[in-house]
Design a protein around this ligand. Sequence first.
Ligand code: FAD
Ligand code: SF4
Length: 511
Amino acid sequence: MVMTTLTIITGDQLSPDIASLQAIERGRDHVLMAELSDEVEYVRHHVKKIVLIFSAMRHFARKLEETGHRVHYHRFDPAARVRSFSDAVAAHCDRHRIDEIVVTWPGEWRVFDEFNRLEKTLGIPVRMLDDDRFVSTPGEFAEWADGRKSLRMEFFYRLMRKRTGLLMDEQGEPEGGQWNFDAENRKKWKGRPAAASPMSFAPDEITREVIELVRSHIDGFGELDGFDFGVTPEQARRSLAHFVKTGLASFGDYQDALPDDEDYLFHSRLSAYLNIGLLGPLEVCEAVEQAWRDDLVPLNSAEGYIRQIIGWREFIRGIYWHEMPGYADRNHLGGDQALPEWYWSGQTGMRCLHRAIENTRANAYAHHIQRLMVTGNFALLLGVRPAEICEWYLAVYADAFEWVELPNTLGMVMFGDGGLLASKPYAASGKYIQRMGDHCANCRYAVTERTGEDGCPFNALYWDFLMRNEKVLGDNPRMRMMYRNVERLAPAEKAAITKRANWIRENVEAL
Ligand SMILES: Cc1cc2nc3c(=O)[nH]c(=O)nc-3n(C[C@H](O)[C@H](O)[C@H](O)COP(=O)(O)OP(=O)(O)OC[C@H]3O[C@@H](n4cnc5c(N)ncnc54)[C@H](O)[C@@H]3O)c2cc1C
Ligand code: SF4
């Protein structure tokens, strides 16, 4: 008897060569894709993120049908009884005889758990395949991580460089004689060279239909007008080529810059395409390496970019699957403050935060330094409950899926895992933000002041953060310098800092 297999393709698995599509027989087996209320509602996603995913799903489904796949597509309907993957699969299996379900390892623990439960609830065997769109698997990461005292991205990255051969010379040594050129990547941008912008696409008919659907039925975060993401692999590839041509050469030098009037500067805006499967990490890295081999971009840019993808991106995913499900509940520094309401509205007089949130609301995007050193740093210094800030990041960015959002937020930003991911918290005062850009010149607060009424809130909160957490962080060798500076503060200054920080915490909504 012929067996029929069902595969489920989630909204972040839009790659024609994904493992589960390779495992089924085109034309005979079934492909199920579903726009689901539970997926729309589990956090208050940015409306542009929802449009991107639904539109890319619809384009992908059409392509699969054109190439002979039997696609069953469930369109979003807020009143539908089918709300979750389990509902959609159960409804499908009621109507069709399905002998086996095949899925590719999903991007979030809650979906992983849901898929694993299907076998028991439906009595149909479920086979989960590794997601080979990544360079490494959770199993390989565990092998590398187990038995190590600390997990550092740099060492994992070197392994990935050797594994892929990216930027390696014929003797098996890193090109340029160094693994990492980060020290060259910290320049302040002063308006030259001119900023690049990501490639922009006018919505086609399918996207316009999804925009109307979202406008009428979904109360999400952020602004819907001006949707300009690509929604097909071809458009994502054009965006990559555009970035390599216009942004990559300066990516390295200005990777950490914080300009007041540029939303992207030389960042690529490729993360959302990578995370939903329109681009593969290796094709991106190979295009970047080729640009360097063709002498079009300097090595610090090419290496810096490739490190983000096969270093940070892979490392972060490894941490997620190694540490879940308990990881999400960690709170090493005991943060207990509510997330300020203005994280959703952007209405704060602190210019750096206002600009980062304005970018977020408008574009479902903020670049890494805005996420890490502005919105993230402030939440860390204020002592926000990690779960609240994690939910915010998961909602507001087009590229946000828990496997990548959670370790970045809970681990890198909030130090909630006690140093598993980062050797020290990325805590910084206003001085850092001033050094890396020109927000402070446009701010109502004085970046040079620590405790006065007009003093930059980052300043008092920074010193207060160090003092409050001295028991937990004081012995960290990488924080010795910071604590030496704390020791130099006179008792009266310490008292003034505590007073101002307490005032900020009590009046944070008015800042
Ligand atoms: C608090 C916080 C939350 C974050 N949440 C997400 C998230 O939900 N999804 C997400 O893709 N990235 C996340 N990042 C990482 C990073 O900020 C974004 O990948 C990046 O800003 C996306 O913009 P870009 O494509 O222009 O990146 P570029 O600056 O052009 O970087 C190139 C690529 O490198 C990868 N990359 C760079 N840094 C990281 C990193 N730390 N972790 C994983 N990949 C990285 C991305 O794929 C990115 O597209 C987060 C960072 C922080 C500090
Ligand atoms: S002064 Fe402080 S709050 Fe204002 S932009 Fe600078 S760092 Fe941000």
